[in-house]
Design a protein around this ligand. Structure first.
Ligand code: SF4
Length: 239
């Protein structure tokens, strides 16, 4: 039986992008293959998974890790009224095997850093929604920048929008993000995505100026439907 290390299972609303406000179960897998400088997620493996049985209660039950696909299904299906199940992390594509065996009967919504195309290929047909990040990272954080870009483009190609799947792209913008870096990659993936979300970074000391963001949007609108949407759950203060 397949199993994985999961840090949290809870029910809330999607806080980012075009599906903001949709009710979802969230499954947060541990482990990530990148080290983003703005990362605010604890991605290390834990012995227990925090399961919030009653949405919004702030009361968590401890469930032992690793969790089997059957147990994960039980936890997720204890919630009702779900639009979809968000598989997040860390990087959920590192857990392609358990995802391929998850039989929940609710649409799956992948939140990925889009750098693992071989894993994506294994399970691409499982997803109804793909929220794919383009990580514009300082070169110092990337061992092989060209390979990072190549993998990102290939991952979007594999998980692209079809009549059964909506794939959109999200880019976290900091004050150091350069429009040229974004335009290069968006030019390569614009045919694979339904829209692009520019998400200003939450950390105050790293935020871009409003005018800078708007000029970035103007340039990118030549390639694809581009929207500026901040993280709403941070404003609301919920999970
Ligand atoms: S890909 Fe996501 S989880 Fe991984 S380091 Fe970057 S921000 Fe953190």
């Amino acid at each position: 039986m397949m199993h994985a290390s999961v840090s949290e299972v809870f029910c809330s609303v999607q806080g980012e992008g075009p599906y903001v406000g949709r009710r979802q179960a969230f499954v947060r897998f541990t482990g990530c293959n990148l080290k983003c400088n703005y990362c605010d997620t604890h991605v290390g493996v834990t012995n227990v998974c925090n399961f919030e049985k009653i949405p919004g209660s702030g009361v968590f039950q401890k469930v032992d890790n690793p969790i089997t696909s059957e147990r994960l299904k039980e936890l997720v299906c204890s919630y009702s009224g779900l639009h979809s199940v968000s598989l997040t992390g860390g990087e959920p594509l590192l857990h392609a095997d358990i995802i391929s065996s998850l039989d929940i009967g609710i649409p799956l919504y992948l939140e990925s850093n889009m750098t693992l195309p071989n894993m994506a290929r294994k399970i691409k047909d499982r997803f109804s929604y793909v929220s794919g990040d383009v990580k514009i990272l300082p070169y110092s954080l990337l061992e092989e920048p060209d390979l990072h870009l190549e993998n990102t483009i290939e991952c979007f190609r594999v998980l692209r929008t079809t009549k059964h799947r909506d794939c959109f792209c999200k880019i976290v913008v900091t004050k150091d993000t350069q429009i040229d870096d974004i335009e290069g990659v968006i030019g390569a993936i614009s045919g694979y995505i339904s829209c692009l979300i520019l998400q200003p970074v939450t950390q105050k000391n790293m935020q871009p100026e409003t005018g800078y963001l708007l000029s970035m949007q103007q340039s990118l609108l030549d390639h694809v439907d581009t929207r500026i949407i901040p993280q709403t759950h941070k404003m609301w203060g919920c999970l």
